[in-house]
Design a protein around this ligand. Structure first.
Ligand SMILES: C[S@@+](CC[C@H](N)C(=O)[O-])C[C@H]1O[C@@H](n2cnc3c(N)ncnc32)[C@H](O)[C@@H]1O
Length: 266
């Protein structure tokens, strides 16, 4: 099943590759859950799904606890009248100023489908600043949301930095980490998920925590671009490399092939 959100770097297309490496366990932990492509296509008894993006996690929590009522609450935002530049900017303004978390989550979903390329980007003050997307008929992902809501009954969602989530892992857990990609070039920094930057220090800290968890018998898989620098950081892991056709959002509709890797710390 496809995730109901558009999400830069989502792993829907390589779910089978990740699954082939994933050990079995009591609980799958995803410290960078994003749109939850792996969560939606695996069968673990329990899930701990976390992300630094508070808006994303709050949306999941509304869908998890309210199910159909929340879907019905979101639907009226998906009208032809709302597929309009001025309406989009008015709703974006409301999103950035409201304290009503239910309304904020519904607008977050609306902006994911009506904003430019489904990007999620904030300014330094934390305001959502993605421009209008000009889609013909934005899709209301009703069936996908319903599926997510059902599956979410096995999950716990938390807003957290990856380091906190990994520090809370227990034997019996299997951990899949999908951090923001390392940039392929100075100008290739195309994904900005929040005001905080995920740099080399974070990539290294993540690999160190993965090594420590593996020493405690908790397997960790990390995905990233396949570059020399990344392989150095993941020296303690078994590496599987493959090519992926990927949509690179800042280049309009350009599609590129890039080598990616999965690093298994076990
Ligand atoms: C490549 S995306 C994950 C995509 C996800 N696997 C999917 O299939 O949609 C990376 C995610 O990491 C989150 N993130 C960025 N910095 C983080 C941090 N320090 N701790 C936890 N999550 C972080 C972003 O909000 C984003 O959702």
């Amino acid at each position: 099943m496809k995730p109901f959100l558009k999400w830069a770097g989502n792993k829907y297309k390589i779910v089978d590759k990740i699954k082939a490496l994933l050990p079995t366990g009591e609980r799958l932990v995803e410290p960078f859950v994003g749109s939850g492509a792996l969560f939606l296509n695996t069968e673990y008894p329990h899930y701990l799904l976390t992300d630094a993006n508070a808006d994303l996690i709050t949306l999941y929590q509304h869908l998890q606890t309210e199910g159909e009522a929340f879907i019905n609450y979101c639907r009226p935002l998906f009208t032809p009248e709302n597929n309009d530049k001025d309406r989009y900017y008015a709703l974006r303004e409301e999103f950035n100023s409201t304290a009503d978390s239910r309304r904020k989550s519904a607008i977050f979903l609306y902006m994911n489908k009506h904003g430019y390329n489904g990007l999620c980007r904030y300014n330094l003050q934390g305001g959502f600043n993605v421009p209008f997307g000009r889609y013909k008929r934005p899709y209301f992902p009703e069936a996908e949301m319903r599926h997510f809501a059902t599956k979410a009954q096995q999950a716990t969602f938390q807003q957290a930095n990856f380091a906190t989530t990994m520090a809370n892992c227990q034997p019996g857990d299997v951990v899949y980490c999908d951090p923001p990609y390392v940039p392929l070039s100075q100008t290739a920094n195309f994904t900005s998920y929040s005001a905080d930057v995920f740099g080399w220090a974070e990539q290294q800290a993540l690999a160190q925590q993965a090594t420590k968890l593996a020493q405690r018998g908790i397997p960790v898989i990390i995905s990233n671009h396949d570059t020399e620098e990344v392989r150095e950081v993941y020296a303690a892991a078994e590496i599987e490399s493959f090519e992926v056709r990927r949509f690179i959002s800042c280049n309009g509709d350009k599609r590129d092939k890039a080598a990616e890797l999965l690093a298994l710390f076990s």
